[in-house]
Design a protein around this ligand. Structure first.
Ligand SMILES: C[S@@+](CC[C@H](N)C(=O)[O-])C[C@H]1O[C@@H](n2cnc3c(N)ncnc32)[C@H](O)[C@@H]1O
Length: 289
């Protein structure tokens, strides 16, 4: 007889009521997804069906609801449930200098040329699309401060930092991170560009002033334009393949020629060669042709 594997601590949560998974019922699931598409809030038809249903089942489990039609009734009756459902569909997992080798490549091989091609004093416009709680956008501004000199960025650099989640944006706008979230930031950069405040680290106001946070739904809203660089990393993963290709093409069109798409592992297989030249597949850096 094979030995039983030890059960990891935390596998069972006693604070949640046990409710069996809902019966697989593709028609009822489709009805519910159609209802969500019609109701709006998120462009549900751009997201993978599996991700949507996983989130729906999670909400059903928490509400103790067993069937999709009952959950639809619940959505109609509880004014806040739709917002709770939408907030949790994209997962806002992020960190400073996520995939550090890619950021090192960007800093050493991409930013110097991009900045050198600009006339003196010419504005620099970048976009962190799907910025979650802001770490990606702050990483970018730290590297620009390193490249340009901290006192030269404020008047030249604008970084649009957008997400579909208001809750994430609220946290991003504060520019304040607890110590345990700062692990990815090299200590010298942390000490230069952040202030320590009661166990938290707060981004310096002159860097913070370069960032414009705003709600933007990639599936619905028109993109920003006239951009030198777009960081769109680990964001399109939730979208259907068709929506991913469409979004990447739209992003390509708003970059200046020679502008850079800094993609994530999930995005790069869908980057079209007609619009972009691959500068580094390893680091997922593409140039607008
Ligand atoms: C995994 S996080 C990636 C964060 C960051 N780009 C990174 O790589 O660390 C994905 C983010 O995409 C956002 N997102 C999902 N769907 C979106 C949409 N339709 N429009 C804009 N942002 C979206 C989510 O809210 C989430 O914050």
């Amino acid at each position: 007889m094979s030995a039983l594997l030890p059960i990891p601590a935390g596998t069972f949560r006693s604070d949640l009521p046990f409710v069996p998974a809902p019966e697989p019922d593709p028609d009822a699931a489709d009805d519910l997804l159609r209802y969500l598409c019609d109701r709006g809030g998120l462009e549900f038809d751009g997201y993978h069906r599996d991700s949507l249903l996983r989130r729906v089942r999670d909400r059903m489990r928490r509400a103790g609801i067993l069937s999709f039609p009952d959950y639809r009734t619940f959505l109609e009756e509880d004014a806040d449930e739709h917002g709770r459902l939408c907030e949790g569909i994209p997962v806002p997992c992020t960190e400073f200098f996520r995939d550090p080798d890619d950021w090192a490549y960007l800093a050493a091989q991409v930013l110097p040329g991009l900045l050198a091609a600009k006339a003196d004093g010419e504005p620099i416009r970048m976009w962190s699309a799907g910025c979650a709680t802001g770490e990606e956008a702050y990483t970018l501004v730290v590297l620009l401060a390193e490249a340009l000199g901290p006192y030269r960025i404020r008047d030249r650099v604008t970084i649009f930092a957008t997400d579909v989640s208001d809750r994430c944006l609220g946290r991003a706008r504060t520019g304040r991170y607890p110590g345990y979230r700062m692990g990815g930031v090299p200590a010298d950069l942390r000490d230069r560009y952040f202030w320590s405040d009661g166990g938290d680290w707060v981004v310096r106001p002159d860097l913070r002033a370069c960032l414009l946070f705003g709600r933007h739904d990639l599936l619905r809203d028109p993109p920003y334009s006239g951009l030198d660089l777009i960081a769109c990393r680990n964001t399109l993963i939730y979208f259907t393949l068709r929506a991913q290709s469409r979004e990447l093409a739209r992003l390509g069109r708003v970059l200046f020629p020679g502008g850079v798409l800094f993609a994530g592992r999930s995005e790069f297989p869908h980057v079209r060669s007609a619009l972009f030249e691959a500068e580094s597949l390893n680091h997922r850096v593409f140039r607008r042709a």
